[in-house]
Design a protein around this ligand. Structure first.
Ligand code: HPA
Length: 282
């Protein structure tokens, strides 16, 4: 059988990154969502690679999202960070949305840290809260549709533990030490690009979601298919509450501003956790 084109693209990008970085071996991958790119400044960079230079990589198009891959050390741990991600609503096929996670897995990444901006559905949430993702609901096409990539994982991956329990426990420890308040909750991923109607807000709330956003779920599904251990945080940038969604309009600039304000807490949390991983404390 002819080699799968998807494998060729993944291997081409991974080989190129590995050669360019002199065989740098990241343990943790980080996806920096809207406005959270500031965490990148804490990485002692070994190399910063614009997506446009990486063979077979797509290029990010959204405001507030930079398009760089950063290789370096965070809290002493070798990491690969995506400053800007690829969203399904931008028009990329799911294969491209999740290509970076496949490339990370090929480079040897064992842990995936994801961050995003999300609308709060849970009535106790406030703008600026950090919500550790304990589970998700997928409302997008599944990125594993199509012939299975056996080199990475099985046809029907188990999703009983999408977010790693020992990483959840570690986040509680680090947050307590740093004085950072954390919420826990279920993230629901829609394709976007529309925000939710009042009826959708009621529906998602009844379905058990605490926050809603337009990313993360495809990346997490692919990371789990590859056997990575996943940790995710949503910054609650607006409240998607049925009572107020008629009078308060959601706005992309506010989302980016609120996410920026959370960057310091996110940076301390991720740095503490990834530093513990680098020391193999977990
Ligand atoms: N809905 C969907 N995606 C989002 C939201 C929202 O309210 N806020 C930030 N990303």
């Amino acid at each position: 059988m002819a080699a799968d084109k998807r494998m060729e693209r993944i291997e081409q990008a991974a080989d190129w990154i590995s050669a360019r970085s002199g065989g740098f071996k990241p343990i943790a991958g980080i996806i920096l969502g809207s406005g959270l790119g500031k965490l990148a400044e804490s990485i002692e960079a070994v190399d910063v690679i614009p997506y446009s230079e990486i063979p077979s990589f797509p290029v990010s198009t959204v405001t507030g999202h930079k398009g760089n891959l950063i290789l370096g050390y965070l809290g002493g741990c070798p990491v690969i960070a995506m400053q800007g991600r690829f969203h399904y609503y931008e028009g990329y096929p799911m294969e491209m949305v999740t290509l970076p996670e496949r490339v990370m897995a090929t480079l040897g990444v064992e842990y995936l840290f994801v961050s995003n901006a999300a609308g709060g559905l849970n009535r106790t949430f406030r703008v600026g809260d950090l919500m550790v993702i304990t589970d998700h609901i997928n409302m997008m096409p599944n990125p594993l549709i199509g012939p299975n990539l056996d080199a990475f994982g099985e046809r029907f991956p188990d999703m009983t533990h999408p977010y790693d329990e020992s990483l959840l426990a570690l986040s509680d420890r680090i947050a307590a030490g740093e004085g950072i308040a954390l919420r826990h909750g279920v993230y629901l991923g829609t394709s976007g690009p529309t925000y939710e109607t009042p009826a959708e807000v009621r529906f998602y709330t009844l379905a058990g979601a605490d926050a809603v956003g337009m990313s993360t779920v495809p990346e997490v599904i692919v990371a789990r298919h590859c056997g990575m251990r996943v940790f995710g945080v949503s910054v609650i940038t607006n409240i998607s509450n049925a009572d107020i969604s008629c009078s308060v309009l959601n706005d992309g600039d506010d989302v980016v501003k609120t996410a920026d304000a959370a960057a310091d807490r996110m940076t301390r949390l991720f740095t503490g956790m990834i530093s513990a991983i680098g020391k193999r404390e977990i």
